[in-house]
Design a protein around this ligand. Sequence first.
Ligand code: KIV
Length: 281
Amino acid sequence: MAKNTVLTLKQKVDEGRKVTMVTSYDYTMAALTEAAGIDMILVGDSLGMTMMGYDSTLPVTMDDMVHHTRCVTRATDNTFVVADMPFMSYQQDLATALENAGRLMKEGGAQAVKLEGGVRCVEQIRAMVEAGIPVVGHLGLTPQSVNAFGGFKVQGRSVETARQLVEDALAIEAAGAFCIVLECVPSNLATLITERLTSAFTIGIGAGNGCDGQVLVVQDMLGMTAGGFKPKMVRRFASLGETIVDAFHAYDDAIQSGDFPAAAESYKDLDAEVIDQLRAE
Ligand code: KIV
């Protein structure tokens, strides 16, 4: 498998092939993702929920993101790794935004950073791109704005909000974003945005199949979510949650019955005389 770069990803899109992306937050999952030849890994701030048990992405810190990005990039040679900029790591001022984006690249080893927002993020994106940091934008249902949206809702349903999304996409493309994630927007709007962009490609999640690529949260797509909750936009490609719980039950049963560990799973016994001597002592 060849190394994925900004150029090879764009080339894939230009050749009419779809770009694949999943989230990963740790070494083991990143190694499996790379083994499968997935093009891009997103170290998403969704790790706040999937790895840390928060009920939103808002509490995630820069240190959390650097730590998990480093775990992922230790496993990847060819997969293109994008790290999320967490809530309030890029909104305050340009210098802080640039410093934090730099940490994800220098300390985390990411190949690009992702931030949420359109026109309001143009200055930050331009500064990062000028500093040599590839930027992925994120529009639509941007989870860091869940409180402003009043919940996790499909975005761009009215003419005004749809027009705003098109303007946001064009603005961040002009600022230098090479890729834009479109989350939870009507499929035909995502297709229109994809068609209007000239240099950036789109990755959809809950945005139909007219985007240039797709992303899913890895625990969702592998069926590892507790309680079985499945958002409409998710397809489960495996039921690993059930498989794992079944394996834990089998482990428990094997221990209780004395079947595990068997002789083949144990180390060679000491000579009987040694044990006898130890007993006598
Ligand atoms: O944090 C994340 O996992 C994301 C995806 C949902 C696109 O931003």
